[in-house]
Write a protein that binds this ligand. Structure first.
Ligand code: SF4
Ligand code: SF4
Length: 294
């Protein structure tokens, strides 16, 4: 089972040997932080908030009624979902691999589980992950209440707000600590939605240089969703797991996270057998003869 100890040993063991942060990790954190910060700014700058405490609902900086605020919420929500459908169709589940904040939390937890797996620092690692979960819960909270509820609200309002904020933090922390990347593999409702919507896309993991493959198996061991990256382009099917039905293709399930490619890069000195990106145009006709493939 790749998710868990085997995945940690493979992916982070190889990364330790490499001695530097992989470019996919930089990209993932840059995109993830920019996306989460952008979402967090919406309620904080008054672009959109449905304030269940004060009733001062906001849309584009103006105070509006509840119905208007719900409509204002619904249309961007619809637009975002259409954008996701289009994105999933064309670029696959890059959202899962490079944008999703829950996925980022799972990876943060994994990284600490590997780096600080012994001694007292283990508790510091838990504390850091907990704070990250609390920050994400705070972003969600900002959409539904003004933070002044904690200073000016009635005892009942403060209690409800505290339970909402604390409960969201605990659910996130419990999910990250209890399931980690298993959440992405088995239970993420958004992941099911993306996989169902995007059965094909213009991107994939390609076995671009099979002649360089050492058959080390690092790619399979590092895949968080139990796929066989070397066979991804062949569009096999993985058995159903958790909330994911059985009839989804491997191609649709791939998170486009690049972990297999990173592991492969660290396992092979020459051209990397695997590559992640837009499918290359078939070059069979001129490249059939031996030695032509790059
Ligand atoms: S096949 Fe590779 S890119 Fe796809 S989910 Fe597995 S590790 Fe990530
Ligand atoms: S990690 Fe790369 S070299 Fe190792 S089995 Fe997978 S494709 Fe081959």
């Amino acid at each position: 089972m790749p998710v868990g100890v085997t995945r940690l040993k493979t992916l982070y063991g190889l990364a330790k040997k490499r001695g530097s942060v992989h470019r996919y990790t930089w990209i993932r954190w840059a995109v993830g932080i920019a996306f989460t910060a952008g979402v967090a700014l919406l309620p904080l700058t008054g672009v959109l908030r449905i304030d269940l405490w004060s009733g001062e609902h906001l849309w584009l900086g103006e105070e509006v009624g509840l119905i208007e605020a719900i409509k204002a919420f619904a249309f961007p929500f619809l637009a975002i979902n259409i954008a996701i459908i289009v994105a999933s169709r064309f670029i696959g589940r890059y959202l899962c691999g490079f944008v999703c904040p829950i996925g980022a939390l799972n990876r943060l937890d994994e990284w600490f589980a590997w780096r600080w797996r012994k001694g007292r620092r283990r508790w510091l690692a838990h504390a850091i992950v907990f704070v990250a979960c609390a920050l994400l819960a705070a972003v969600a909270f900002s959409f539904w209440s003004d933070w002044r509820v904690f200073a000016k609200g009635s005892p009942a309002a403060v209690t409800v707000a505290g339970v909402g904020l604390g409960g969201t933090t605990l659910v996130l922390f419990g999910t990250v600590r209890g399931l980690g990347m298993r959440f992405c593999r088995d239970y993420c409702p958004s992941g099911v939605y993306f996989a169902v919507l995007g059965p094909t896309s213009m991107t994939t993991v390609e076995f671009a240089h099979p002649e360089e493959c050492t058959d080390c198996g690092a790619c399979e061991k590092s895949c968080p969703v139990d796929l066989t990256p070397r066979e991804l382009a062949e569009e096999g099917e993985r058995p159903g797991m958790g909330f994911y039905p059985a009839n989804l293709s491997d191609y649709a399930l791939c998170l486009r996270c690049g972990d297999c490619v990173a592991a492969c890069e660290d396992s092979t000195p020459g051209p990397t057998p695997l590559r992640l990106g837009f499918k290359r145009a078939p070059a069979e006709e001129p490249a059939k003869s031996e030695g032509v493939e790059r």
